[in-house]
Design a protein around this ligand. Structure first.
Ligand code: BES
Ligand code: MN
Ligand code: MN
Length: 456
């Protein structure tokens, strides 16, 4: 490892600038006007992987955004790691709240700011640099590595599942490695063993055939915005439990053991509250904050649109109102089943005078990994070596849809070794990655492949 670490040390002065090139490509997967950029980003990944020494890196077209696949398989007696990451990013709105432009990476206060810095380009890049250092030092990697990068993670990974099913042989491996989650706190090495799933719905409420003068018609016809508010108000009860029948049917209770483990973590509720600048933390009765975001399901309104939203006043009675509502799911909830419960609930509370339509946008299953996998032990050692601190085990509230596909279709556990921080502003303005953790991430990744080769 000495030579590998030397390589990292020699090269690290150039890492930020090179990462800046990757971050400059606006690969916003949800926006059709960026489809060309998403494609260009896939080609960029392929070219970087070839440059590092992956002989057959390729861009594979799908009916959506392309997949990038590469492999280095010259360690026949060693295990194989399937590395997964995503090169697509979230939209940048509201762009006016960014301190510096989202696609011009800028370093401030020891952090690199750009869309994708933490989620997920910066973290993918850390592994590239680890592979590069191994290949430059020894002309080989300690174990076999298959690289799978997708451009649709932020929009539900629709085309990745079928691709994995069709290419199960090609993707065969011993474990999946993912760096796409935050650390418990900056500098605290963390391994994540659970993610929530997702069920994303839209409610459309239609009133009259068109917007109406609210003086001439107000009082005579239903108001879709108010009708929608009535519907939304029924979704939770006074203790903030989700009030949809069937919703909790398959929720596995938290074990006392796991609750104790969560309680041992150095979580400062007050600091968390102050950091978020909220007057009070609120959530489901009977659970702590960490339990609420890691191991209990939740329901949120992600967007609300109706009527006049410009400056000033317009006396109008809107014709329609829309809400985007998503539910984070925990084992063993099923997104399809939850979508059905949601639909039934909304239809049953629809007020008079409007037409209500419920649509499902996408869903993903929750994921729980076994924590005694040899790759988890290797990752723990690698993190210890890189960060010089004891690794903590976490769950996370976010979703990586493909983790359950890896489990179900390839029988593979995902080891989730993330280097972001809770204040990375993922999906928000001023997304950033702390350089210290990024550099620690490169070193941890470099150690991981070596440690796993020895363990596996
Ligand atoms: N990197 C996140 C997932 C994540 C977030 C893991 C927080 C751990 C903690 C990923 O890019 C993401 O944002 N996923 C989406 C998935 C959805 C669009 C299906 C999410 O969680 O909203
Ligand atoms: Mn991500
Ligand atoms: Mn994301």
């Amino acid at each position: 490892m000495e030579k590998v670490l030397e390589q990292i040390h020699e090269r690290q002065g150039g890492y930020v600038e090179e990462l800046g090139e990757f971050l400059a490509i606006p690969s916003v997967s949800t926006d059709p006007s960026h489809a060309g950029d998403v494609h260009r980003c896939a080609e960029y990944c392929r070219d970087r992987l070839s440059g590092i020494g992956f002989p057959d890196a390729e861009v594979i077209e799908t009916d959506g955004h392309p997949i990038v696949l590469a492999q280095w398989l010259d360690a026949p007696s060693s295990p194989t790691v399937l590395f997964y990451g995503h090169y697509d990013v979230q939209p940048v709105d509201p762009i006016e709240l960014w301190t510096t432009p989202p696609f011009e990476a800028t370093v401030r206060d020891g952090r690199i700011f750009a869309r994708g810095s933490a989620d997920d380009k910066g973290q993918v890049f850390a592994h590239w640099k680890a592979w590069e250092a191994h290949l430059a030092a020894h002309g080989r990697l300690p174990c076999n590595v298959k690289v799978l990068l997708e451009g649709e993670e932020e929009i539900g990974s629709e085309h990745l599942g079928p691709f994995i099913e069709k290419n199960a042989d090609r993707l065969a491996a011993d474990v999946v490695m993912i760096s796409d989650s935050p650390m418990f706190a900056s500098g605290v090495p963390s391994l994540c063993y659970g993610l929530r799933g997702l069920c994303y719905m839209e409610i459309h409420v239609q009133g009259a055939r068109s917007d109406l003068h609210s003086g001439s018609f107000g009082g005579a016809v239903a108001n879709p915005a108010l009708a929608l508010a009535e519907i939304l108000a029924t979704l939770k009860d006074h203790e903030r439990h989700v009030a949809i029948e069937g919703f909790y049917d398959r929720v596995l209770p938290l074990s006392d053991e796991e609750r104790n483990e969560f309680r041992k973590l150095p979580f400062d509720e007050n600091a968390y509250r102050r950091e978020l600048e909220v007057p009070e933390l609120v959530g489901e009765a009977g659970f702590t904050t960490l339990e609420r975001v890691w191991a209990r399901p939740s329901l949120d309104v992600n967007g609300l649109v109706s009527g006049f939203t410009g400056e000033g006043a317009k006396t109008v009675l809107p014709a329609r109102a829309t809400a985007k509502v998503s539910m984070r799911l925990v084992p063993d909830q099923d997104p399809e089943a939850v979508a059905g419960f949601f639909r039934r609930h909304v239809e049953s509370v629809a007020p008079a005078g409007v037409t209500v339509e419920v649509r499902k946008l996408h869903g993903a299953k929750p994921y729980l990994a076994p924590i005694d996998h040899p790759a988890n032990r290797a990752a723990r050692r690698a993190l210890g070596l890189a960060f010089g601190a004891e690794t903590v085990m976490t769950r996370e509230g976010g979703t990586i849809p493909v983790t359950t596909t890896f489990q179900e279709r390839l029988g593979l556990t995902s080891v989730m070794m993330g280097f972001g921080t809770p204040d990375e502003n993922a999906h928000a303005p001023d997304e950033n990655l702390a350089l210290e953790n990024f550099h620690g991430g490169v070193v941890a990744a470099a150690h991981f492949y070596k440690e796993y080769a020895e363990e596996g």
